[in-house]
Design a protein around this ligand. Structure first.
Ligand SMILES: *Cc1c(COP(=O)(O)O)cnc(C)c1O
Length: 505
């Protein structure tokens, strides 16, 4: 297929995949999409055969070649090897394990123990190759509430032609998440705490993107500002891979027959992960239902039930913080595809969202969406109960985000003959304190004390051989020197970026 990309809000000005990855967002504020997704379905038999001999890397090669076809097969091959060979703590990269009457797809075996590694180990390699034939160097700016910042730092560390600045809210992350970031190695990285909450840091980053004089000064030094946000197709494409790979693993294990349908239940925030499953469906994977699982911030559950998207509601801080989101940016791409590519409708909805915080889709469009999607939500107590049930009945230690998906999966009917895959998005050891509380383990001490308590609890039950201990990189944080101590006012961030651009690029 020839995958040219254009904005969800207009067909004018098509760009190549490489340019779309460098720019991140289209000029009119829309998201880049391609109209080729369902034109040439992937050959599933060939995919399973390739996977049998070549593992996850072979699946990644096939899927990424189809989606990003202005990269040569050799370029894709090099990116795939750099991103996934020996960087994940499982030979399967994203292993599928049987739990109860379902399967859990473990996406958290990467270097920072969250599923964002799958995309953020790949995005920097794609960006750096896209920039090769330009004179530009890329400066990535990211505000984070925890997982994205560390995954981006690890992915971009020492990548040629790219530098990265990460900002996190002072006191707004878990102890482990903060230590993961402030101990980051690499000469092209910078990390700072910002006084205020996540939204303050995020707004300040947006202001820097809109700071024309600053951008001009950077452009005169051939520096392009970019972001590692999940609206970038360079983040979305690598996530399509594990849906196909889960199918191939299940066929190879003999758990399903070739051509069988699958359900996927996905813990959702920004709608990136589950949208990748929708892309896989359009590209030929036999997906029965995509189940959108939300926490108490259930704006998507309501949208998929009523057709009304309304962000005017209380915001809840939950034990699954990476899903505490009221504006699910990637939903815009679903509206584009399911409306048959109606850019005007998308623009109308997004303008209404900007102006009033609300839009409503026509009933026919909602009906089409509901053919592929089911939904549900879990509040914190339900997630805690799921953690306890998974541990006590199945010896499976789940993190709070995965627990939300497990709870929702149990609420949605399993159709006979359709295998159910629940996506696990973080290591339980990243959220030790909340997992300990859910298991009613009393721990005196810091997050590392909780980590040891969880390891002891797992050892006692004869834990699954795949996850007997805390990931080494997390345990080692207790004794890793801190590199970044700076705490900034939000108003000082632009000056920090300019100063660091000289040091790290
Ligand atoms: C980011 C994240 C999610 C949500 O993924 P989206 O692509 O934003 O829907 C879920 N779980 C964890 C652990 C995450 O880090």
């Amino acid at each position: 297929m020839t995958a040219t990309y254009h904005s969800t809000r207009s067909r004018e000005g098509t760009v190549s995949a490489k340019r779309a990855i460098l720019e991140g967002l289209a000029g009119d504020g829309g998201l880049y999409v391609t109209d080729e997704l369902n034109k040439h379905p992937l050959n599933l038999e060939a995919l399973v055969e390739a996977r049998r001999s070549g593992g996850y890397l072979a699946t990644a090669q096939m899927v990424l070649e189809a989606l990003l076809d202005d990269y040569s097969p050799d370029e894709i091959g090099a990116c795939v090897r750099e991103a996934y060979q020996d960087t994940f703590a499982s030979p399967e990269v994203t292993p599928v394990v049987g739990v109860g009457n379902s399967w859990i797809l473990e996406l958290f075996r990467g270097p920072t123990s969250a599923f964002k590694d799958v995309a953020l180990q790949m995005l920097p390699r794609l960006m750096s190759r896209a920039a090769e034939n330009t004179h530009e160097r890329i400066l990535v700016l990211t505000a984070t509430s925890g997982d994205t910042g560390k995954a981006a730092l690890d992915g971009f560390a020492d990548v040629k032609g790219v530098g990265i600045c990460v900002f996190y809210p002072e006191g707004g992350t878990s102890q482990i998440q903060r230590l993961q970031m402030v101990t980051q190695k690499g000469r092209n990285v910078a990390v700072a705490a910002v006084r205020g909450n996540f939204d303050d840091a995020q707004s300040a980053v947006k202001r820097i993107f809109g700071d024309v004089p600053l951008r001009k000064r950077l452009t005169s030094r051939d520096i392009l500002l970019s972001s590692a946000n999940s609206i970038n197709i360079g983040r979305l494409a690598p996530q399509v891979v594990y849906y196909f790979d889960a199918y191939a693993q299940l066929v190879i294990q003999g758990a399903i027959q070739p051509g069988d349908q699958l359900d996927f239940c996905v813990p959702t925030g920004n709608f990136g992960d589950v949208l990748a499953g929708y892309y896989a469906q359009r590209m030929g994977l036999k997906v029965h239902k995509l189940i959108v699982a939300s926490n108490a911030n259930k704006v998507l559950t309501e949208f998929l039930t009523t057709g009304v998207y309304d962000r005017n509601r209380p915001f809840f801080r939950t034990i699954s913080p990476s899903m505490d989101i009221l504006v699910s940016s990637n939903l815009e791409r679903l509206l584009y595809y399911e409306s048959g590519g109606d850019c005007e409708l998308v623009r109308f909805c997004m303008d209404a969202l900007g102006a009033e915080g609300r839009y409503e889709v026509p009933p026919a469009l909602l009906e089409r969406i509901r053919k592929s999607f089911a939904c549900g939500s879990a509040h914190d107590d339900q997630a805690r109960t799921a953690i306890r049930t998974l541990f006590e009945e199945h010896n499976y230690l789940a993190d709070p985000h995965t627990a939300v998906a497990w709870h929702v999966s149990e609420q949605v009917e399993h159709q006979d003959g359709v295998a159910r895959v629940v996506l696990a998005t973080a290591s339980p050891y990243k959220f030790c304190r909340d997992v300990c509380e859910a298991l009613e383990l009393k721990v005196a001490g810091d997050d590392f004390a909780c980590m040891r308590a969880l390891e002891a609890a797992q050892a006692k039950t004869g834990a699954p051989a795949s996850a007997p201990k805390a990931p080494k990189a997390l345990a080692a944080l207790e004794n890793t020197p801190v590199r970044f101590n700076e705490v900034l006012e939000a108003s000082d961030m632009a000056a920090y970026v300019e100063r660091k651009s000289g040091e790290i690029l």
